[in-house]
Design a protein around this ligand. Structure first.
Ligand SMILES: NC(=O)c1ccc[n+]([C@@H]2O[C@H](COP(=O)([O-])OP(=O)(O)OC[C@H]3O[C@@H](n4cnc5c(N)ncnc54)[C@H](OP(=O)(O)O)[C@@H]3O)[C@@H](O)[C@H]2O)c1
Length: 340
């Protein structure tokens, strides 16, 4: 704590950390006390760009040893999240972890268990859960507007190939994991969030026609949820088009297609799609993502001693699903049953 506020340390000072830092800075109940990265220069650049006067470091052990640090914000590349998250939990720090939080089931289980054992609070950055359209859809589902979901589709199509600064590590299996872990996890998490159930079986196919990545850049998966709903998710890293996040939810009483609603039982005499003008999940720009809302939610959870709906224990299942999809790809599309 510092001056009665929760102390925040940002570790990993690249693109997304800039958006995180701006959101933390707006919350009156926290203060950023430390910025660190693999290199000091990146940490300094972030502090300067965002206008922060705090400790600048390149040593994670020092961050964890700092008693003013209550929350660690992990925003390095994918392959360091689980290890750094486990260390943060063991040091008694609350933790915000960027997705993906783990690249294997061993990491996934070890992180889940370390956070549970330490009793610290956590949130994983499936930040679209705080997008206004997601919130509207969740409310409509809770109100029963479209009944029970019988089929759901969510797609993440975003050409993030060569030309992007991060491509050097995005393309590598050891650093990024896979297309599902790097990006498709947003689509898979959205399916779990909307259907509010867990997948019990799936089969996936992929290709790497442009050959830019060390793994299949484009993946489609068919799934069945425990309660019977069927679903499709896809991730296209080779897409040549503006960032697109499709959401289609067909229910027993109606249908939701992005911000369009068809629900004749709720809207008698409906003759066309009811359209809700709102902020859509239609940009890959990290400054468009609702990190303000995610971070405010996390601070409220910590202060109230409450768990986030998007904590490590919940995100464990999204990662398990992504890893099951990767397992099906490795087996040439074989059916994989969950839990793994
Ligand atoms: N939730 C979302 O919607 C969303 C959006 C974008 C990104 N992300 C996630 O955020 C993470 C970062 O992505 P990015 O686009 O910001 O990547 P980035 O710009 O490459 O930033 C990553 C930073 O991590 C630093 N780093 C490298 N190794 C490290 C280590 N061992 N410990 C600490 N820091 C280390 C690098 O710092 P140096 O410069 O010091 O070497 C680099 O500046 C990724 O996991 C990505 O999947 C999530």
């Amino acid at each position: 704590m510092i001056d009665g506020k929760l102390g925040v340390a940002i570790h990993g000072a690249g693109d997304v950390a800039h958006a995180h830092a701006r959101s933390w800075k707006k919350n009156p109940q926290v203060q950023i006390v430390s910025i660190s990265s693999r290199t000091r220069a990146s940490a300094e650049r972030l502090a300067q760009n965002v206008g922060l006067d705090c400790e600048i470091r390149d040593d994670y052990d020092q961050v964890l040893a700092d008693p003013r640090v209550d929350i660690v914000n992990l925003s390095g590349p994918n392959d360091v999240h689980a290890r750094q998250g486990i260390a943060a939990a063991q040091a008694g720090k609350h933790v915000l972890i960027e997705k993906p939080m783990a690249l294997s089931m061993d990491e996934n289980r070890a992180l889940r268990d370390a956070v549970a054992r330490a009793g610290v609070k956590s949130v994983v950055s499936f930040v679209l859960r705080w997008n206004p359209l997601f919130e509207i859809i969740k409310r409509q589902l809770a109100a029963g507007t479209i009944g029970e979901i019988l089929h759901a589709e969510v797609d993440y199509w975003h050409g993030i190939g060569p030309g992007r600064r991060q491509f050097e590590w995005f393309r590598r299996r050891d650093a990024a994991g896979s297309a599902m872990l790097l990006a498709g996890c947003h689509a898979v998490d959205a399916l779990r969030w909307f259907v509010a159930d867990e997948v019990v079986e799936l089969s996936a196919m992929g290709n790497n026609m442009k050959g830019h990545y060390e793994y299949d850049a484009n993946v489609v998966v068919a799934m069945r949820f425990q309660g019977g709903a069927i679903a499709k998710a896809s991730v296209l890293l080779d897409a040549v088009m503006p960032y697109t996040f499709n959401i289609d939810l067909a229910g027993t009483q109606g249908t939701i297609r992005e911000n369009r609603l068809w629900a004749p039982a709720s809207f008698p005499g409906q003759t066309g799609w009811a359209v809700v003008p709102t902020i859509l999940p239609d940009s890959g720009d990290v400054h468009h993502h609702p990190f303000d809302a995610q971070i405010n939610h996390f601070v409220e959870c910590i202060l109230a001693g409450r768990e986030s709906h998007c904590n490590v224990a919940d995100a464990f299942h999204t990662h398990e699903l992504c890893l099951a999809i990767d397992e099906s790809l490795r087996q040439g599309g074989q059916r994989v049953r969950l839990p793994l």
